[in-house]
Design a protein around this ligand. Structure first.
Ligand code: FES
Length: 105
């Protein structure tokens, strides 16, 4: 599967992901900068991304834990998600994510 990732400089990258990967893991493993300080256990918000309008409604809703953490981010938008909570599946092939400034710690 493919994820389109726009980094904090505005550069777009196509990266690979496997089914069951957290999007955060695929981004990290591709070599792009993503702090992801808690390693994906939904406790840091440094994997915060913005999902494109075309994709935001296709993801499952935020969990309570994700909602609570997103209160802490620098710039919350309606399409804000924690990329460690996006579990890749075939339906998400081609998803478009933009790294937030929170990933740049
Ligand atoms: S990596 Fe820490 S909340 Fe996602």
């Amino acid at each position: 599967m493919r994820i389109s990732v726009t980094d904090t400089n505005g550069t777009q990258h196509d990266i690979e992901a496997k089914e069951g990967d957290k999007a955060m893991e695929a981004i990290r493993d591709s070599g792009l900068t993503i702090a992801a300080l808690c390693g994906g256990c939904c406790s840091c918000a440094t994997c915060h991304v913005y999902v494109s309008d075309d994709w935001a409604d296709k993801l499952p809703p935020r969990s309570e834990d994700e909602e609570a953490l997103l209160e802490l981010v620098a710039e919350l938008r309606p399409a804000s998600r924690l990329s460690c909570q996006i579990i890749m599946e075939p339906a998400f092939d081609g998803i478009e994510l933009e790294l937030s400034s929170d990933t740049n710690l």
